[in-house]
Design a protein around this ligand. Structure first.
Ligand code: NDP
Length: 330
Protein backbone atom coordinates (compact mmCIF):
# COMPACT_ATOMS: atom_id res chain seq x y z
CA UNK A 1 0.00 0.00 0.00
CA UNK A 2 1.04 3.60 -0.55
CA UNK A 3 0.14 6.76 1.35
CA UNK A 4 0.96 10.42 0.79
CA UNK A 5 2.17 12.25 3.88
CA UNK A 6 2.70 15.89 4.63
CA UNK A 7 6.51 16.09 4.85
CA UNK A 8 6.70 19.76 5.80
CA UNK A 9 4.38 22.74 5.80
CA UNK A 10 4.57 24.99 2.74
CA UNK A 11 5.56 28.62 3.02
CA UNK A 12 3.81 30.35 0.13
CA UNK A 13 3.39 28.19 -2.93
CA UNK A 14 3.54 24.43 -2.16
CA UNK A 15 6.23 22.29 -3.79
CA UNK A 16 6.90 18.57 -4.14
CA UNK A 17 9.22 18.79 -1.14
CA UNK A 18 6.14 19.31 1.06
CA UNK A 19 5.01 15.73 0.34
CA UNK A 20 6.38 12.30 1.12
CA UNK A 21 5.29 9.19 -0.77
CA UNK A 22 5.49 6.26 1.67
CA UNK A 23 5.20 2.50 1.11
CA UNK A 24 3.32 0.91 4.01
CA UNK A 25 1.82 -2.46 4.93
CA UNK A 26 -1.81 -2.93 3.97
CA UNK A 27 -3.82 -2.40 7.18
CA UNK A 28 -6.51 -4.80 8.41
CA UNK A 29 -10.00 -3.72 9.50
CA UNK A 30 -11.08 -3.97 13.15
CA UNK A 31 -14.65 -4.50 14.40
CA UNK A 32 -17.14 -2.19 12.66
CA UNK A 33 -14.59 -1.26 10.02
CA UNK A 34 -13.98 -1.99 6.36
CA UNK A 35 -10.82 -2.07 4.25
CA UNK A 36 -11.34 0.08 1.18
CA UNK A 37 -9.14 -0.07 -1.90
CA UNK A 38 -9.34 3.49 -3.13
CA UNK A 39 -10.01 3.96 -6.84
CA UNK A 40 -10.50 7.75 -7.09
CA UNK A 41 -9.09 10.56 -4.97
CA UNK A 42 -10.47 14.08 -4.86
CA UNK A 43 -7.95 16.92 -5.15
CA UNK A 44 -9.29 20.16 -3.67
CA UNK A 45 -8.14 23.73 -3.03
CA UNK A 46 -9.10 23.56 0.69
CA UNK A 47 -6.23 21.10 1.16
CA UNK A 48 -3.83 24.04 0.86
CA UNK A 49 -5.35 25.45 4.04
CA UNK A 50 -4.99 22.16 5.89
CA UNK A 51 -1.29 21.99 4.99
CA UNK A 52 -0.82 25.14 7.09
CA UNK A 53 -0.85 25.16 10.86
CA UNK A 54 -3.15 28.18 11.00
CA UNK A 55 -6.41 27.54 12.83
CA UNK A 56 -9.33 27.14 10.43
CA UNK A 57 -12.59 25.27 10.06
CA UNK A 58 -10.81 22.00 9.26
CA UNK A 59 -7.97 20.75 11.46
CA UNK A 60 -4.47 21.07 9.97
CA UNK A 61 -2.82 17.95 8.53
CA UNK A 62 -0.09 16.69 10.85
CA UNK A 63 3.48 16.71 9.58
CA UNK A 64 4.70 13.15 9.01
CA UNK A 65 1.19 11.72 8.78
CA UNK A 66 -0.92 10.67 5.82
CA UNK A 67 -3.13 13.42 4.45
CA UNK A 68 -6.89 12.94 4.10
CA UNK A 69 -9.52 13.96 1.58
CA UNK A 70 -12.57 12.78 -0.30
CA UNK A 71 -12.21 9.39 -1.98
CA UNK A 72 -14.18 6.63 -3.61
CA UNK A 73 -13.15 3.01 -3.39
CA UNK A 74 -14.17 -0.61 -3.27
CA UNK A 75 -14.69 -2.56 -0.06
CA UNK A 76 -12.19 -5.45 -0.14
CA UNK A 77 -12.66 -6.70 3.43
CA UNK A 78 -15.56 -6.04 5.79
CA UNK A 79 -16.08 -6.38 9.53
CA UNK A 80 -19.15 -4.17 9.43
CA UNK A 81 -22.85 -4.91 9.08
CA UNK A 82 -24.37 -3.29 6.02
CA UNK A 83 -21.17 -3.08 3.97
CA UNK A 84 -20.06 -6.03 1.88
CA UNK A 85 -17.01 -6.86 -0.18
CA UNK A 86 -17.55 -5.35 -3.61
CA UNK A 87 -19.55 -2.32 -2.41
CA UNK A 88 -18.38 1.08 -3.67
CA UNK A 89 -18.16 3.70 -0.94
CA UNK A 90 -17.50 7.41 -0.57
CA UNK A 91 -15.38 8.40 2.43
CA UNK A 92 -12.79 10.90 3.69
CA UNK A 93 -9.59 8.84 3.81
CA UNK A 94 -8.07 9.68 0.46
CA UNK A 95 -4.36 10.27 -0.32
CA UNK A 96 -3.68 6.51 0.14
CA UNK A 97 -4.29 3.33 -1.80
CA UNK A 98 -5.91 1.44 1.09
CA UNK A 99 -7.99 2.90 3.90
CA UNK A 100 -9.45 1.50 7.10
CA UNK A 101 -12.81 3.22 7.40
CA UNK A 102 -15.34 3.07 10.22
CA UNK A 103 -18.60 1.93 8.66
CA UNK A 104 -20.32 5.09 9.96
CA UNK A 105 -17.94 7.19 7.86
CA UNK A 106 -18.44 5.26 4.62
CA UNK A 107 -21.43 6.02 2.41
CA UNK A 108 -22.41 3.35 -0.09
CA UNK A 109 -22.87 4.86 -3.56
CA UNK A 110 -24.89 3.63 -6.51
CA UNK A 111 -22.51 3.29 -9.45
CA UNK A 112 -25.28 2.11 -11.76
CA UNK A 113 -26.94 5.54 -11.77
CA UNK A 114 -23.72 7.62 -12.11
CA UNK A 115 -20.03 6.80 -12.54
CA UNK A 116 -18.07 6.58 -9.27
CA UNK A 117 -15.94 9.74 -9.77
CA UNK A 118 -19.07 11.85 -10.28
CA UNK A 119 -19.69 11.46 -6.53
CA UNK A 120 -16.52 13.49 -5.92
CA UNK A 121 -17.48 16.24 -8.35
CA UNK A 122 -20.68 17.11 -10.14
CA UNK A 123 -22.88 15.04 -7.78
CA UNK A 124 -20.62 15.45 -4.77
CA UNK A 125 -19.19 18.13 -2.53
CA UNK A 126 -18.32 20.66 -5.28
CA UNK A 127 -21.75 20.27 -6.89
CA UNK A 128 -23.51 20.83 -3.58
CA UNK A 129 -21.28 23.84 -2.93
CA UNK A 130 -22.40 25.40 -6.20
CA UNK A 131 -26.05 24.59 -5.57
CA UNK A 132 -26.24 25.79 -1.97
CA UNK A 133 -24.06 28.82 -2.65
CA UNK A 134 -26.07 30.00 -5.61
CA UNK A 135 -29.59 29.31 -4.38
CA UNK A 136 -29.40 29.49 -0.59
CA UNK A 137 -26.53 31.91 0.04
CA UNK A 138 -26.69 34.26 -2.95
CA UNK A 139 -30.48 33.80 -3.16
CA UNK A 140 -30.38 33.67 -6.95
CA UNK A 141 -33.70 34.58 -8.59
CA UNK A 142 -34.87 34.18 -12.18
CA UNK A 143 -33.75 37.12 -14.27
CA UNK A 144 -30.58 37.80 -12.27
CA UNK A 145 -27.31 38.39 -14.09
CA UNK A 146 -24.64 36.17 -12.54
CA UNK A 147 -20.87 36.43 -12.55
CA UNK A 148 -18.77 33.49 -11.33
CA UNK A 149 -14.99 33.39 -11.05
CA UNK A 150 -13.03 30.16 -11.25
CA UNK A 151 -15.75 29.40 -13.76
CA UNK A 152 -14.07 26.44 -15.46
CA UNK A 153 -13.45 24.64 -12.16
CA UNK A 154 -15.54 22.00 -10.42
CA UNK A 155 -17.68 24.47 -8.47
CA UNK A 156 -17.68 27.35 -10.95
CA UNK A 157 -18.71 25.32 -14.00
CA UNK A 158 -21.73 24.08 -12.05
CA UNK A 159 -22.69 27.54 -10.78
CA UNK A 160 -22.90 29.01 -14.27
CA UNK A 161 -24.92 26.14 -15.68
CA UNK A 162 -27.37 26.07 -12.77
CA UNK A 163 -27.92 29.80 -13.10
CA UNK A 164 -28.53 29.45 -16.82
CA UNK A 165 -30.96 26.55 -16.37
CA UNK A 166 -32.89 28.52 -13.72
CA UNK A 167 -33.42 31.52 -15.96
CA UNK A 168 -30.52 33.89 -15.41
CA UNK A 169 -30.69 36.90 -17.70
CA UNK A 170 -26.95 36.63 -18.31
CA UNK A 171 -24.15 34.38 -17.06
CA UNK A 172 -20.54 35.54 -17.16
CA UNK A 173 -17.50 33.53 -16.16
CA UNK A 174 -13.81 34.19 -15.75
CA UNK A 175 -11.04 31.62 -16.07
CA UNK A 176 -7.32 31.41 -16.68
CA UNK A 177 -6.93 30.28 -20.29
CA UNK A 178 -8.37 30.82 -23.76
CA UNK A 179 -9.30 27.13 -23.95
CA UNK A 180 -11.29 27.36 -20.71
CA UNK A 181 -13.05 30.50 -21.95
CA UNK A 182 -13.98 28.69 -25.13
CA UNK A 183 -15.33 25.71 -23.15
CA UNK A 184 -17.53 28.01 -21.05
CA UNK A 185 -19.13 29.83 -23.94
CA UNK A 186 -19.26 27.08 -26.54
CA UNK A 187 -20.05 24.01 -24.48
CA UNK A 188 -21.52 25.17 -21.17
CA UNK A 189 -23.77 27.92 -22.47
CA UNK A 190 -22.23 30.88 -20.65
CA UNK A 191 -23.30 34.13 -22.34
CA UNK A 192 -19.82 35.61 -21.95
CA UNK A 193 -16.47 34.65 -20.49
CA UNK A 194 -13.01 36.15 -20.28
CA UNK A 195 -9.45 35.20 -19.41
CA UNK A 196 -8.55 37.16 -16.27
CA UNK A 197 -4.90 37.05 -17.32
CA UNK A 198 -5.65 39.11 -20.46
CA UNK A 199 -6.17 42.43 -18.68
CA UNK A 200 -7.74 44.17 -15.68
CA UNK A 201 -10.72 42.18 -14.40
CA UNK A 202 -12.72 45.36 -13.83
CA UNK A 203 -12.52 46.34 -17.49
CA UNK A 204 -13.16 42.84 -18.80
CA UNK A 205 -16.17 42.37 -16.52
CA UNK A 206 -17.68 45.72 -17.53
CA UNK A 207 -17.36 44.73 -21.18
CA UNK A 208 -18.90 41.30 -20.52
CA UNK A 209 -21.73 42.65 -18.35
CA UNK A 210 -22.64 46.10 -19.66
CA UNK A 211 -25.90 46.07 -17.65
CA UNK A 212 -24.19 45.00 -14.43
CA UNK A 213 -24.57 41.87 -12.32
CA UNK A 214 -26.98 40.89 -9.54
CA UNK A 215 -25.07 37.93 -8.14
CA UNK A 216 -21.35 37.36 -7.79
CA UNK A 217 -20.20 33.84 -6.84
CA UNK A 218 -16.64 34.34 -5.65
CA UNK A 219 -14.13 31.50 -5.91
CA UNK A 220 -11.07 33.72 -6.29
CA UNK A 221 -11.12 36.91 -4.18
CA UNK A 222 -8.67 39.79 -4.63
CA UNK A 223 -8.96 41.74 -7.85
CA UNK A 224 -12.00 39.70 -8.90
CA UNK A 225 -13.97 40.70 -5.81
CA UNK A 226 -13.22 44.38 -6.27
CA UNK A 227 -14.23 44.18 -9.94
CA UNK A 228 -17.48 42.42 -9.05
CA UNK A 229 -18.41 45.03 -6.44
CA UNK A 230 -17.87 47.68 -9.11
CA UNK A 231 -20.31 45.93 -11.45
CA UNK A 232 -22.99 45.04 -8.88
CA UNK A 233 -26.51 46.32 -9.42
CA UNK A 234 -28.81 47.63 -6.70
CA UNK A 235 -29.55 44.93 -4.13
CA UNK A 236 -26.83 42.64 -5.44
CA UNK A 237 -25.67 39.56 -3.48
CA UNK A 238 -22.16 38.19 -3.22
CA UNK A 239 -21.54 34.60 -2.07
CA UNK A 240 -17.98 34.14 -0.81
CA UNK A 241 -17.20 30.51 -1.56
CA UNK A 242 -13.43 30.67 -1.96
CA UNK A 243 -10.52 33.05 -2.42
CA UNK A 244 -7.97 30.88 -4.15
CA UNK A 245 -5.91 33.88 -5.28
CA UNK A 246 -4.94 34.31 -1.61
CA UNK A 247 -4.35 30.75 -0.39
CA UNK A 248 -0.58 30.94 -0.92
CA UNK A 249 -0.25 34.45 0.49
CA UNK A 250 2.23 34.81 3.35
CA UNK A 251 0.91 38.24 4.41
CA UNK A 252 -2.68 39.52 4.77
CA UNK A 253 -3.87 40.80 1.41
CA UNK A 254 -5.48 44.21 0.82
CA UNK A 255 -9.27 44.21 0.71
CA UNK A 256 -11.45 45.64 -2.07
CA UNK A 257 -10.95 49.42 -2.27
CA UNK A 258 -14.55 50.08 -3.28
CA UNK A 259 -16.50 48.76 -0.28
CA UNK A 260 -18.19 52.16 0.04
CA UNK A 261 -20.40 51.04 -2.86
CA UNK A 262 -22.15 48.62 -0.49
CA UNK A 263 -24.11 51.51 0.94
CA UNK A 264 -25.74 53.10 -2.07
CA UNK A 265 -26.14 49.76 -3.85
CA UNK A 266 -27.46 47.99 -0.68
CA UNK A 267 -25.22 45.02 -1.30
CA UNK A 268 -24.95 41.86 0.76
CA UNK A 269 -21.88 39.65 1.02
CA UNK A 270 -21.92 36.32 2.82
CA UNK A 271 -19.30 33.64 3.31
CA UNK A 272 -20.38 30.02 3.62
CA UNK A 273 -19.13 26.47 4.08
CA UNK A 274 -20.75 23.60 2.24
CA UNK A 275 -20.69 21.60 5.48
CA UNK A 276 -23.35 23.92 6.88
CA UNK A 277 -25.66 23.15 3.94
CA UNK A 278 -25.88 19.38 4.08
CA UNK A 279 -29.64 19.66 4.58
CA UNK A 280 -29.80 20.88 0.95
CA UNK A 281 -28.28 17.62 -0.27
CA UNK A 282 -31.53 15.70 -0.99
CA UNK A 283 -32.92 18.72 -2.89
CA UNK A 284 -29.62 19.03 -4.76
CA UNK A 285 -29.60 15.37 -5.79
CA UNK A 286 -33.28 15.44 -6.84
CA UNK A 287 -32.74 18.56 -8.94
CA UNK A 288 -29.31 17.93 -10.40
CA UNK A 289 -28.93 14.17 -10.92
CA UNK A 290 -31.55 14.09 -13.72
CA UNK A 291 -29.94 17.11 -15.40
CA UNK A 292 -26.56 15.38 -15.35
CA UNK A 293 -28.16 12.15 -16.54
CA UNK A 294 -29.84 13.73 -19.56
CA UNK A 295 -26.83 15.87 -20.48
CA UNK A 296 -28.43 19.24 -19.62
CA UNK A 297 -25.50 19.78 -17.27
CA UNK A 298 -22.10 19.25 -18.88
CA UNK A 299 -19.19 18.34 -16.66
CA UNK A 300 -15.52 17.72 -17.14
CA UNK A 301 -12.95 15.82 -15.11
CA UNK A 302 -9.19 16.17 -15.31
CA UNK A 303 -7.74 12.79 -14.37
CA UNK A 304 -4.17 12.28 -13.16
CA UNK A 305 -3.07 8.65 -13.22
CA UNK A 306 -1.51 6.97 -10.18
CA UNK A 307 -1.30 7.70 -6.47
CA UNK A 308 2.35 8.70 -6.76
CA UNK A 309 1.29 11.60 -8.96
CA UNK A 310 -1.24 12.90 -6.42
CA UNK A 311 1.11 15.61 -5.06
CA UNK A 312 1.76 16.87 -8.58
CA UNK A 313 -1.99 16.82 -9.26
CA UNK A 314 -2.48 19.09 -6.26
CA UNK A 315 0.21 21.52 -7.46
CA UNK A 316 -1.36 21.43 -10.92
CA UNK A 317 -4.79 22.23 -9.46
CA UNK A 318 -3.45 25.37 -7.83
CA UNK A 319 -1.76 26.28 -11.13
CA UNK A 320 -5.03 25.83 -13.04
CA UNK A 321 -4.25 22.82 -15.21
CA UNK A 322 -7.67 21.30 -14.47
CA UNK A 323 -10.88 21.86 -16.38
CA UNK A 324 -13.73 20.85 -14.12
CA UNK A 325 -13.00 18.45 -11.27
CA UNK A 326 -9.38 17.44 -10.52
CA UNK A 327 -9.12 13.73 -9.72
CA UNK A 328 -6.48 11.09 -9.22
CA UNK A 329 -7.20 7.60 -10.50
CA UNK A 330 -5.37 5.35 -8.04
P1 NDP B 1 -11.36 24.35 -9.10
O1 NDP B 1 -11.76 23.15 -9.86
O2 NDP B 1 -11.99 25.65 -9.44
O3 NDP B 1 -9.77 24.46 -9.19
C1 NDP B 1 -9.10 25.58 -8.74
C2 NDP B 1 -8.95 26.61 -9.89
O4 NDP B 1 -8.61 27.85 -9.33
C3 NDP B 1 -7.82 26.30 -10.85
O5 NDP B 1 -8.24 25.42 -11.86
C4 NDP B 1 -7.46 27.69 -11.40
O6 NDP B 1 -8.14 27.90 -12.63
C5 NDP B 1 -8.04 28.65 -10.35
N1 NDP B 1 -7.00 29.51 -9.78
C6 NDP B 1 -5.85 29.14 -9.16
N2 NDP B 1 -5.17 30.23 -8.76
C7 NDP B 1 -5.89 31.32 -9.14
C8 NDP B 1 -5.72 32.73 -9.02
N3 NDP B 1 -4.64 33.26 -8.43
N4 NDP B 1 -6.67 33.53 -9.55
C9 NDP B 1 -7.75 33.02 -10.15
N5 NDP B 1 -7.98 31.70 -10.29
C10 NDP B 1 -7.06 30.86 -9.79
O7 NDP B 1 -11.59 24.08 -7.55
P2 NDP B 1 -12.99 23.87 -6.84
O8 NDP B 1 -14.08 24.01 -7.81
O9 NDP B 1 -12.90 22.65 -6.03
O10 NDP B 1 -13.03 25.10 -5.81
C11 NDP B 1 -13.31 26.41 -6.28
C12 NDP B 1 -13.30 27.38 -5.12
O11 NDP B 1 -14.31 27.04 -4.20
C13 NDP B 1 -11.99 27.38 -4.32
O12 NDP B 1 -11.71 28.70 -3.92
C14 NDP B 1 -12.33 26.52 -3.12
O13 NDP B 1 -11.53 26.81 -2.02
C15 NDP B 1 -13.78 26.89 -2.91
N6 NDP B 1 -14.59 25.89 -2.22
C16 NDP B 1 -15.28 26.30 -1.12
C17 NDP B 1 -16.12 25.47 -0.47
C18 NDP B 1 -16.90 25.99 0.70
O14 NDP B 1 -17.52 25.21 1.42
N7 NDP B 1 -16.92 27.29 0.93
C19 NDP B 1 -16.29 24.06 -0.87
C20 NDP B 1 -15.56 23.73 -2.09
C21 NDP B 1 -14.74 24.63 -2.72
P3 NDP B 1 -7.73 29.08 -13.67
O15 NDP B 1 -7.07 28.39 -14.83
O16 NDP B 1 -9.04 29.66 -14.03
O17 NDP B 1 -6.81 30.01 -12.98
Amino acid sequence: AVEIRLAERPHGEPTMANFEIADVDTPQPGPGQVLVRNTWLSVDPYMRGRMSSAKSYAAPYEVGEAMTGGAVGEVVASNADGLAVGDTVLHQLGWRTHAIVDADNAAKIDVTSAPAPAYLGVLGMPGLTAYAGLFDVARFAEGDAVFVSGAAGAVGSMVGQLAKLRGASRVIGSAGSAEKVRWLTEELGFDAAFNYKDGPVTDQLQDAAPDGIDVYFDNVGGEHLEAAIGSMNLGGRIAICGMISQYNATEPQPGPRNLVQFIAKRLTMRGFLVGDHLDARPRFVDDVAPLVGDGSIVYSETVVEGIRNAPQAFLDLLAGSNTGKMLVRV
